[in-house]
Design a protein. Structure first.
Lengths: 360, 501
């Protein structure tokens, strides 16, 4: 005997696009409500905090410019992560791959002695390769020895972090920096131009947009993209079809790590113009990009939108930090809550609730 | 159990079964795969609810609504795949779910004493502190038995307990079962192996297609008559089939050896040939090396020794991709887990093997227009019912998924087709169609290796029948002369007289 109930939960056979968008928006909204509780607990009106964020990030030319410049590394890292996630490789290491890109850029800028015209292209190439190398190590470990990718990519972040610390405190410490733990300033030919007074290093932005489109084409239109999706969706079927999981894993991690490396080049050459402390270079872009890629539901084109959204949160977070005197961890709180609700919604999305109003 | 009926979508798994088991006996449930043995026992254990019928224990009707109710009635079940937590110790697994602690604390001292009493009494030696993952399969099974005894089970259901054991472990298990029965326990033993029935049981019940065929005392029957009961007395239905047009020798396998996933020998000295235009069936009870044979032939498993020649070319241990390109099609046993990518479209699934070649591939790009045209054609030709060629494969029914797999595998006009359980779990219509497709390929001149546990299918489709047991070829018979009873015996490991090895 079935008990009569007011509603039934059923599994959706297919997932229509509008449901995904709607559920994602609801998840963000739920995260905002949850974060609002924290604001209230701090004695700050949540409504006022959100007003400040929106006004700070979008309401002024300065705020808009900061939002866009924050979105640049998120875009590059996020696009790379969508590709890795498609192949079900859990790259948590974009942060470290980004730092390695910055290291390579600094190495080329300061020590290569290349002619000025070649300097920036060489920095981007070196940054891509360094990030790719950092991504390849966990890829090989997983594909050959079956070592958990989440753990290795995460741990590689710390190695990268301390590598940067060592370089700026040790061999690469700038003689002109009066003892501070920085490298010397990059020569001007090794710095990226910005849009007038802003900090938007537009070459990296254009690169990011181009990469998003190319990644979309790669995933949806090419043989390699087909292989990536088959490996990610069903490794057994990939084996059956003769698709090499080894090659595919290496390929996605070259792209994913390389793109994070490019983001590192952009930050080093476009913002700081030197190599400095790892937390100053990145501020967690590599971690935030995981949420960016996840919110984009692993679609590289959608990363353009989601990276901007997180640009808003990051630059808006700066504003409330300053004007409300909140600790800077407030941004991490946001990010954490959004990821929490997104992952939660991932499961819920596949179910629908149908109400029956017949009463007995 | 009286008049038990259980229907699943499209199949009656248990069709009015009356099963009587006496206290203190080992009662075998014998039948082919899908005969309804496990379903019946899952009903007794409360995992399924019967659509009709009743269960009587010692004459009293009982309602067994869940395994915990079954346990309260002292019925225990040992599943084919053990339900153990591999990171916990033996004693922790034994007390898992038994609520006898004091508040939040376990009473391990008392537990240990009881476990020791059980293991001593029945000779179930196993270290109670060992972690389960460290134990062999045979020892893990002992843990399952201890678990059931710890819960004071009087009736013990064992679902194909020997399928994962070595012969020595089997002997040990049988000895244990004897002591248990001498102690007054009742054991229901599910199997499809005739030898075991004869060796261990007091009485045997034969099931076929959900119906109870007979219940006999083991001493009053023998293997051939049990085989006949199990496979079915009725005349085997033969499909309209033209006489074989034997072509050239396409596949030659000689002295092939390989290991299974556990590193034990799965194929031992297997040699045979398949000619163009013929269907060679591999008959056998599951787990006797057939799956491994298909995998070695299609490049998914490495041969440890031996040679595979395809049309004279050595393809031993070549990659799956090379073998596919050489014209070998594989209809895998796991059609959903291995044969399809559920979240990808029908269109993409149909080019899963061929995407690297023109017309689907253009440089580094895929030509989705061609893939779409291909999907339309395949859906029409193989009558694949799908909402559209862009809908996800997971929306398709089992029959349509198999049609899709066949359409893809047969599209390149393969020289050799390795089809594993191609009709397993399909409804009558889809089964019929799949068989017709295979016969058409035979007419075309393809060599077909059909691996099936369905003897009727084997008899109906094949030109020659190879029987495998324990990784060995028991013999190759001409299908015209073969008899179901004889094949059944060979499947159970009884050597046919006068057969060359």
């Amino acid at each position: 005997m079935k008990k009569p109930s007011l509603f039934r939960v059923e599994r959706r056979p297919t997932l229509p696009g509008h449901v995904v968008v709607l559920v994602s928006i609801l998840a963000i909204f739920a995260a905002l409500v949850a974060a609002g509780i924290f604001f209230q607990a701090y004695g700050i009106s949540a409504v006022r905090a959100y007003q400040l964020i929106v006004k700070g990030a979008l309401g002024s030319r300065l705020g808009l410019a900061e939002t866009v410049r924050r979105a640049i590394p998120l875009l590059l890292c996020g696009v790379g992560l969508t590709i890795a996630f498609r192949a079900l490789f859990w790259n948590i290491g974009a942060e470290g791959q980004l730092l390695l890109g910055a290291v390579a850029a600094a190495g080329v800028a300061l020590f290569s002695g290349l002619p000025d015209v070649l300097l920036l292209p060489a920095m981007f190439i070196a940054g891509f390769l360094a990030g790719a190398l950092w991504g390849l190590i966990p890829a090989v470990l997983k594909a050959r020895l079956g070592i958990n990718d989440v753990i290795t990519t995460l741990m590689m972040n710390y190695i990268a972090l301390y590598l940067v610390e060592w370089l700026i405190h040790g061999p690469w410490r700038g003689p002109t920096m009066r003892g501070f733990a920085y490298t010397d300033k990059f020569p001007s030919a090794a710095t990226l131009p910005t849009i007038s007074w802003t900090r938007i290093h537009w070459p990296t932005l254009l690169l990011g947009l181009a990469v998003a489109v190319l990644a979309y084409v790669l995933i949806t239109r090419t043989r390699a993209g087909f292989e990536i999706r088959v490996v990610g969706e069903n490794p057994e079927a990939a084996r059956f079809a003769g698709i090499s999981a080894f090659k595919t894993t290496l390929f996605v991690m070259i792209i994913s790590g390389g793109l994070a490396g490019l983001a590192g080049v952009g930050e080093a050459a476009g913002i700081h113009r030197m190599l400095l402390g790892p937390t100053s270079i990145s501020m967690g872009y590599g971690y935030t990009a995981i949420i960016v890629a996840w919110l984009a539901r692993r679609n590289p084109l959608a990363v353009i939108v989601t990276s901007l959204l997180f640009g808003v949160i990051m630059s808006g977070g700066d504003v409330i930090r300053v004007s409300l005197g909140l600790p800077f961890q407030v941004i991490n709180l946001f990010n954490g809550l959004i990821l929490f609700f997104l992952i939660g919604s991932e499961l819920l999305m596949h179910y629908k609730i149908s109400f029956s109003f017949r009463r007995r | 159990m009286r008049g038990i009926v259980k229907r699943f979508p499209g199949v009656v798994a248990s069709d009015g079964v009356n099963l009587g088991v006496r206290q203190g006996e080992i009662h075998c449930l014998l039948g082919e795969n899908g005969a309804g043995k496990t379903t019946l026992m899952r009903i007794l254990y409360g995992l399924y609810q019967p659509d009709s019928g009743e269960i009587l224990l010692a004459g009293k009707p009982v309602k067994i609504t869940s395994p915990s109710v079954a346990l309260a009635h002292r019925i225990g079940m040992i599943h084919q795949h053990f339900r153990l937590v591999s990171t916990l110790s033996v004693e922790e697994n034994v007390i898992l779910g038994v609520n006898e602690g004091m508040g939040p604390f376990l009473r391990l001292g008392k537990t240990r004493k009881r476990i020791a009493a059980i293991t001593d009494e029945y000779g179930l030696s196993v270290d109670p502190k060992a972690k389960v993952w460290q134990l062999s399969v045979g020892q893990q099974q002992r843990v399952e038995i201890i678990k059931a005894l710890y819960r004071e089970a009087d009736i013990l259901i064992m679902d194909e307990p020997t399928s994962v054991l070595t012969p020595q472990e089997v002997d040990q298990l049988f000895a244990t079962l004897r002591t248990l029965v001498d102690d007054g326990l009742t054991i229901v033993f599910i199997t499809h192996k005739l030898n075991e029935v004869m060796q261990v049981s007091d009485r045997v019940t034969v099931l076929r297609q959900g119906k109870l065929v007979a219940t006999l005392p083991t001493s009053q029957t023998d293997k051939p008559s049990l085989a006949r009961l199990m496979v079915g007395r009725e005349v085997v239905f033969r499909l309209e089939k033209n006489p074989p047009q034997q072509g050239e020798k396409l596949l030659q396998v000689s002295r092939l050896h390989t290991l299974n996933d556990r590193g034990l020998p799965a194929l031992r000295n297997v040699s045979f040939e398949v000619y163009g235009g013929e269907i060679l069936s591999v008959a056998g009870v599951s787990g006797n090396g057939q799956t491994e044979l298909a995998e070695v032939l299609t490049g998914l498993r490495k041969a440890t020794s031996g040679r595979i020649l395809l049309g004279g070319k050595d393809i031993t241990n070549r990659s799956a991709r090379e073998i596919t390109d050489d014209g070998v099609a594989h209809v895998p046993a796991e059609r959903i887990k291995m044969g399809t990518v559920s979240n990808m479209s029908v269109r993409e699934n149909l080019i899963l093997k061929d995407y690297r070649h023109p017309p689907f591939s253009r440089g580094i790009f895929l030509n989705y227009k061609k893939a779409e045209a291909n999907a339309r054609r395949a859906m029409a030709e193989y009558q694949i019912a799908a909402p559209s060629d862009s809908s996800a494969a997971k929306l398709l029914s089992g029959g349509n998924i198999q049609r899709m797999v066949l359409a893809r595998e047969l599209s390149g006009k393969p020289r050799l087709i390795v089809a594993v359980h191609p009709t397993y779990g399909l409804d009558v219509g889809a089964t019929e169609q799949v068989r017709q497709v295979l016969l058409r390929q035979r007419e075309r001149g393809a060599a077909i290796l059909l691996i099936s546990e369905d003897l009727e299918e084997v008899m109906a489709l094949s030109d020659r029948i190879l029987v495998m047991f324990s990784g060995r070829v028991m013999g190759i018979l001409d299908a015209e002369e073969a008899e179901a009873g004889e094949i059944g015996l060979m499947m159970a490991g009884v050597q046919r007289e006068g057969v060359r090895r």
